[in-house]
Design a protein. Structure first.
Lengths: 425, 467
């Protein structure tokens, strides 16, 4: 298909530039109810999109469309001509497209080791074997994914990267005496470590049991809240998203370079955040972005001060960045000193939310908590059925980051984050 | 018009189906293409491109006598049918290769039906230039409304769905379309920053534009008003829900709980409440691709089952749920036309379509006057389901305070609704005559499997914990 596209493009020399994005993927999917297979399926996909760029004076227009297996030279030329017209009808300020750059793309180990059925059996057997009379996953879905992404443009960019991953969605459930509760868990794996997987599932089932044992939270008012894992990444995006080139360009940024993003009178930890392309175990790791920009890491926040911005090639040029970083997705956050075991005043450690919400514009952060642990000064007690709320404009001054680290799909850094005096209802 | 490219592949799918039916007691093939356009009007990023809903692909489903197996692919032609059969056969053997224990399954219902369905787009056609001009003028009017409005973005999207479903006894095609306009406005002052998001979705672009135009000043003024919004003091309040929030309750708080694939997985509290009271007598609730005309209206689902109008709650009594084919088989129930896929790359689950409460007999003015201290809640922000334990998490973008039957002018934003679903539904004491279904949202199952949906209803008066 790439050859057909290139052949057609050669017949349209008036095109200023082009970009081809190609993604080939195979996903083996298995769906279990309790420990029984309901359905298995395979998705084989091949997606190709072509972006046409047209330059007019100081403007650049673009139009992207999918190229399908049924396209032939005639239909492709017709679509290219439509794309040329569309691009000329939606002109924007000019920016340079990415050019060829040398980059070493480290090939990851084949996590399926050439025998995917063996891996499927091992992972599934490990997962569904973790259960007891009262505690199990009611529905488990497995996704074994293998994809290759390639980007080519008319300025010599030709980059290819191969990704493999395993995704497991679990519904850990605890049932006893006619009462059942569940929690939700999604595990992303980029290398097969069956012992580590088993430990994750044991922890997930324990959380279901704790939700069963949890009592309604009786306290109201203000209390320190500790969030963990994915919620830490979500809350810290309050800072990282404001550093994006696009925000600055659209005048929706809240801070300028050099501003202290955490404000004055900070009595908590000062944040240092890097945006990076790659971290082992982070599912979003990539060497280049969808524009074909080779990604370079950058520090965006140092001790609470906004130091640099990051983002797409286009918006980087619009705000006059010398070398746009490309779209970086992984936050690397420096640790603090918080050790939960040493805290001696009350707090609530929130483990399972319905879905934490962060409104970057207003600073609102909060959500309903399905499982938390209330520390009364002596021990943690599982609690449920409450919501927390606060505002980052105040919370940011008193953040406490843990020493303990974690790695997620888009994050590496402190596992826990303490938010001071959140409202509990 | 039905996609000619998809139609050109149908004959190969029929050949593949014939081969599959020689060896499997059940086989079917879904072919689907979604085409359309997105026109985006945003500072320095104007764009005309394909619809975000775009799709092209096929799903072959077989029953091997023991379990259901699917293979989804994007290319079929006169040369690759044997290769596809080999792949399907290989996948059909996977369960025994990995020594999986299996759910007991039987052959799906495959009642004979041959029919072509078409729903034509309404209203006049517009050129891309006309649409761009409309969006750009709208955007500029928003920006000129007040210097505190710092950003505005307009988007038009239209999509056209063509799909066919073939099995031993069925041969169905459908073709339909939908349009929407989305408005996003951001405002900023020295203390605060806020945003407003509004959609206008109909089978008629002219109507989308007209409605958007009527509300231009309201959207701009709301972005300004929200700058003076404050946090709500958490507590239990009387509330009146605008149709968007009414729909959020119908969809998020209750609808997910009656998706009957959750019954199979023992994940739904609703299973214990069939034919029991779950809401006040004033409450009647529907779901269905045939219940009303909106974004999730189609003629048959992704498993070839005709669209239904399912009356889920009648006068507060839970009558039934909604169900995909495989789950219906497992439950010995009839499928309701709610088997939907995010795309042909994904499995079909029981999914909602157009979900709403019926209107009632009360006047909105009377409802407002009846509030001693409470809030009217507007505009869906987001929600999360909890089918097992029926806890609510729904967030409204903002609320307007009511005291002694009158708006005080105070706005709170955002507003998180929480509590137990049945408490909320049983507290519904007034239901307005108004009715609106909003047709431009998407729904996930857990945190994935996104499908277009709509929801709505009348204004409701109820009691709820807000924070």
């Amino acid at each position: 298909m790439i050859e057909l596209i290139k052949k057609c493009l050669a017949l349209r020399p008036n095109i200023f530039a082009y970009k081809i994005n190609e993604r080939k993927s195979i996903s083996k999917q298995l769906f279990y109810i309790f420990d029984k297979l309901e359905m298995n399926r395979v998705s084989e996909n091949h997606e190709v999109s072509l972006t046409i760029y047209m330059k007019k004076d100081d403007s650049l227009g673009e139009n992207e469309f999918n190229v399908y297996p049924y396209d032939d030279e005639e239909s492709l030329l017709e679509n290219i001509d439509k794309a040329i017209a569309n691009a000329l009808n939606s002109l924007n300020p000019y920016y340079d497209l990415p050019k060829r750059e040398e980059v070493e793309i480290k090939e990851n180990d084949d996590i399926f080791e050439g025998d995917i059925e063996k891996v499927i059996k091992e992972v599934i057997d490990t997962t569904i074997s973790v259960k007891d009379e009262h505690c199990y996953s009611t529905a488990t879905e497995f996704f074994f994914n293998d994809s290759t992404q390639r980007i080519i443009n008319s300025f010599g960019v030709d980059l290819e990267e191969h990704h493999q991953s395993i995704g497991i969605e679990l519904i850990p459930t605890y049932e006893k005496d006619n009462k059942e509760v569940e929690v939700y868990e999604y595990i992303n794996i980029s290398n097969v470590d069956l012992l580590d997987l088993k430990n994750k599932i044991v922890e997930a089932l324990k959380q279901a049991k704790d939700r069963y044992l949890a009592t309604p939270l009786s306290i109201k008012g203000k209390v320190d809240v500790i969030i963990q894992e994915a919620e830490v990444s979500e809350v810290l995006s309050y800072f990282s998203s404001d550093a994006n080139y696009m925000k600055k360009h659209q005048h929706t940024n809240r801070h300028e370079i050099g501003d202290n993003m955490q404000g004055d009178d900070v009595d908590g930890d000062l944040l240092t955040i890097n945006m990076i392309p790659y971290y082992k175990g982070a599912f979003y790791s990539s060497h280049f972005d969808n524009d074909g920009v080779v990604l370079t890491p950058i520090n965006i926040l140092k001790d609470g001060v906004l130091t640099h911005r990051y983002g797409s090639n286009r918006f980087g040029q619009y705000i006059k960045e010398e070398r746009p970083t490309g779209n970086l997705y992984i936050k690397e956050v420096s640790n603090g000193n918080l050790d939960i075991s040493k805290i001696n005043h009350p707090y609530i450690r929130c483990v399972k939310f319905s879905g934490i919400q962060l409104e970057e514009n207003s600073g609102f952060v909060g959500g309903e908590v399905r499982l938390g642990y209330y520390f009364d000064g002596e021990k943690e007690i599982p609690v449920t059925g409450f919501s927390i709320s606060g505002n980052m404009n105040e919370l940011k001054k008193h953040l406490k980051l843990s020493k303990e680290e974690t790695t997620l799909k888009d994050y590496h850094g402190p596992k826990y984050l303490l938010l001071k005096d959140m409202e509990v209802a | 018009m039905f996609s000619k490219q998809l139609l050109s592949r149908k004959k190969y799918c029929q050949l593949l189906l014939e081969k599959l039916l020689e060896k499997y007691p059940y086989a079917s093939i879904l072919g689907k293409q979604i085409k359309g356009k997105t026109i985006l009007c945003i500072k320095d990023s104007n764009r005309i491109g394909d619809t975000r809903e775009k799709e092209y692909g096929f799903v072959a489903r077989v029953f091997n006598g023991k379990n259901y197996v699917e293979y989804s692919f994007v290319e079929i032609n006169e040369n690759n049918i044997p290769e596809l059969i080999n792949k399907i056969d290989k996948e059909a053997n996977l369960a025994s290769n990995i020594e999986a224990k299996l759910m007991p399954e039987t052959v799906l219902n495959d009642e004979p039906l041959v029919q072509d369905f078409v729903r034509n787009k309404e209203g006049r056609d517009y050129t891309d230039q006309e649409i761009q001009n409309f969006l750009e003028e709208y955007r500029q009017e928003l920006l000129n409304y007040d210097p505190r409005i710092v950003f505005a973005q307009l988007m038009h999207e239209c999509f056209e769905v063509s799909s066919f479903f073939i099995s031993r006894n069925r041969n169905l095609t459908q073709n339909y379309s939908w349009s929407n306009i989305m408005v996003y406005v951001a405002s900023k002052d020295e203390n605060n920053m806020q945003s407003v998001y509004q959609t206008y979705a109909y089978n008629n672009l002219e109507t989308c534009m007209q409605k958007a135009k009527e509300q231009l000043k309201d959207n701009a003024q709301l972005a300004i008003d929200l700058l003076s919004s404050t946090n709500i003091k958490p507590g239990v309040y009387d509330i009146i829900t605008a149709p968007s929030i009414t729909g959020l309750i119908a969809h998020e708080a209750f609808g997910h709980g009656v998706e009957m694939d959750m019954f199979v997985k023992h994940r739904a509290e609703a299973r214990k409440y069939i034919n029991k009271r779950v809401a006040s007598k004033l409450v009647n609730m529907h779901d269905g691709a045939a219940s009303t005309l909106s974004q999730a209206s189609y003629f048959f689902d992704d498993e070839g089952v005709l669209a239904h109008d399912t009356l889920i709650i009648k006068e507060g009594i839970l009558l039934t749920g909604i169900c995909d084919s495989v789950s219906a088989n497992e439950l010995n129930f009839d499928a309701t036309g709610n088997g939907r896929r995010e795309s042909t790359q994904r499995k079909a689950y029981t999914r909602m379509t157009n979900t709403f409460f019926e209107p009632g007999n009360d006047n909105l003015e009377d409802m407002i006057k009846s509030i001693k201290h409470g809030y009217m809640l507007f505009q869906t922000n987001n929600g999360m389901e909890d089918p097992k334990n029926w806890n609510i998490q729904c967030t409204a973008c903002y609320g307007r305070e009511i005291k002694d039957g009158v708006f005080t002018g105070k706005i709170v934003a955002p507003v998180v609704m929480s509590g137990f679903v049945l408490d909320l539904l049983n507290s519904i004491s007034m239901v307005s005559k108004d009715f609106e279904v909003i047709g431009a949202g998407h729904c996930g199952k857990g945190y994935k499997e996104w499908v277009p949906v709509s929801d709505g209803g009348p204004y409701l008066k109820a009691r709820c914990k807000l924070g």
